[in-house]
Ligand binder design. Structure first.
Ligand SMILES: *Cc1c(COP(=O)(O)O)cnc(C)c1O
Length: 497
């Protein structure tokens, strides 16, 4: 299988090269030239298969230049059950006959990002060996909170790799920040940026594409790669759990083979939902994808109007991992939806760059409408849902998952589509304890209590165990305390080399 650039500005390359490069050097993102399909037979047979077995089937059709042995080894190490605090990698919790929660947060850092970032280091190290790179790899990460820790855990102490994480200083939860700045490992750096996530992501993407800067780091013996979802190696492992969810439904006889289901995905950079779309292209029976946003509802507006417009106020919300106005992976999605028309992509992304907005053509819009809808939740609605779900089902959810449930409710009310619907639960509630506790029982939250005490209070109140990745966080030693302005990011990278 070969990969091409969404902007038509790079030669065809294999998957190892794609994973090593992270993004197209001249701008643009790598996508498979043709999306492979799995027969319905193969999909139905997944019903009795393990996560690891399904992983093998999905990865091997995309990463065709990796050997069986390499993939098996990576899968075995990454999806080892010692890494997941549950009986299954991605269990499903049934709320009612229509609504199912896909718990994607049982990995070591309590966010769905682990499902890709546990395996990416193996794939990257194998890629470096295949491509015979002499330089060490320098991974730059921009994070809205969860990618940072998941990437740090995945890459710490991996030979030949250095990782620097940039996060918005006031744009992540206390638990998220503490998880990152207490990371050990000789090859890790964590830097708080005085700006928002879009500032971090734009700077990092610009640096990847900056020839002069690439030469500077090459002199120091490095080349760049990415652990953000702009790297195909982040996206492809996320396809696995869409198939696994469908397999679970078949296994439980909640659906018959061929029945369609819906997926609702709390969305920021459009990576997770795009992985679902690739699963659909491969043959997974999906009726609708419901793209859920918070108050930064640039995507909801896009799905409603066909206009992507980032010229608006950036809002800090209680679902900070979705506080994003430039959803990078939408570019891949539009490339697919236009039938691989890189002229259109170039035109639209130049407009986005120059004017902060673009409008897609009617034909593409109609095609999107058949499969996608966008809905959003306000801050008050998000809290309300956390409380309602706790009271009605005795089930505790995090604010991102709450945005998903609210979006699904909106969709159901407007469509009366009774298709069984999976809501991706993207983070464990203890990552956002103060918001969750406040939503469930405001009286327990006083302004004086220490952030870490809140986790214990939430545990006392709900009886749900604190995720192992968040236990004892308060006692960990702080290892990283650097910060910088947005325009100092380049300088700080040079200094760290
Ligand atoms: C990263 C993240 C999201 C957004 O996922 P994308 O793939 O960027 O759309 C949603 N919820 C949580 C908790 C996250 O960490």
């Amino acid at each position: 299988m070969e990969y091409i650039s969404t902007r038509g500005n790079y030669q065809k390359v294999n998957s190892a090269e794609v994973i090593r490069l992270g993004m197209v050097p001249a701008g643009g993102l790598f996508v498979p030239e043709d999306v492979p399909s799995l027969s319905q037979e193969v999909i139905y047979q997944m019903k009795d298969k393990s996560y690891q077995e399904i992983a093998k089937e999905v990865l091997s059709v995309f990463l065709t230049d990796y050997t069986n042995k390499e993939l098996e080894n990576a899968i075995k190490e990454a999806y080892n059950m010692n890494n997941f605090a549950a009986k299954e990698v991605t269990p499903i919790h049934k709320l009612n006959d229509r609504t199912y929660i896909l718990e994607l947060w049982h990995g070591p850092t309590a966010a769905f990002k682990d499902l890709a970032l546990q395996i990416l280091p193996y794939l990257l190290v194998q890629a470096i060996n295949k491509v015979e790179v002499d330089e060490d790899i320098l991974i730059l990460v921009a994070t809205s909170g969860d990618t940072g820790k998941a990437a740090l855990e995945g890459f710490k102490d991996v030979d030949g790799i250095e990782i620097i994480v940039f996060y918005p200083q006031d744009g992540v939860s206390k638990a998220q920040e503490h998880q990152m700045i207490t990371t050990t490992g000789d090859n890790t750096e964590v830097i708080a940026v005085k700006g928002n996530f879009d500032d971090c992501q734009s700077s990092v993407k610009e640096i990847f594409g900056d020839e002069e800067f690439n030469e500077i780091i090459a002199k120091e013996g490095y080349q760049f790669s990415s652990a953000n979802s702009i790297n195909w190696g982040r996206l492809v492992p996320q396809i696995i759990y869409y198939f696994k969810a469908y397999a679970n439904f078949l296994n439980q006889e909640d659906i018959k083979p061929g029945d369609k289901i819906n997926f609702t995905v709390p969305t920021g950079n459009f990576g997770n939902i795009l992985a679902g779309y690739y699963a659909y292209q491969m043959g997974l029976p999906v009726n609708k994808f419901i793209c859920a946003s918070n108050d930064n509802k640039v995507l909801t507006d896009f799905f409603n109007t066909g206009i992507y417009n980032k010229n608006r106020e950036f809002k800090e919300t209680i679902s900070p991992s979705m506080d994003i106005l430039i959803s990078s992976n939408l570019e891949r999605f539009l490339f697919e939806m236009t039938g691989h028309d890189s002229n259109k992509i170039n035109e639209w992304y130049q407009q986005l760059n120059e004017e902060g907005k673009f409008e897609i053509d009617n034909k593409t819009k109609e095609k999107i409408d058949q499969l996608f809808v966008g809905k959003f939740a306000t801050e008050a609605e998000t809290k309300e849902i956390i409380k309602d779900i706790y009271q009605e089902y005795d089930y505790v959810i995090d604010p991102h998952t709450a945005v998903g449930i609210k979006a699904y409710k909106e969709y159901f009310n407007s469509s009366e589509d009774k298709t069984k619907t999976v809501i991706d639960a993207t983070a464990n509630p203890y990552k956002f304890s103060s918001t969750v506790l406040e939503a469930i029982d405001e009286s327990l939250l006083s302004s004086k209590i220490d952030e870490f005490k809140i986790l214990e209070k939430l545990e006392e109140k709900t009886g749900v165990d604190i995720h192992p990745g968040l236990q004892g966080l308060a006692e960990l030693q702080i290892k990283h305390n650097l910060n910088c302005q947005v325009d100092e990011i380049r300088a700080i990278i040079k200094k760290l080399l």
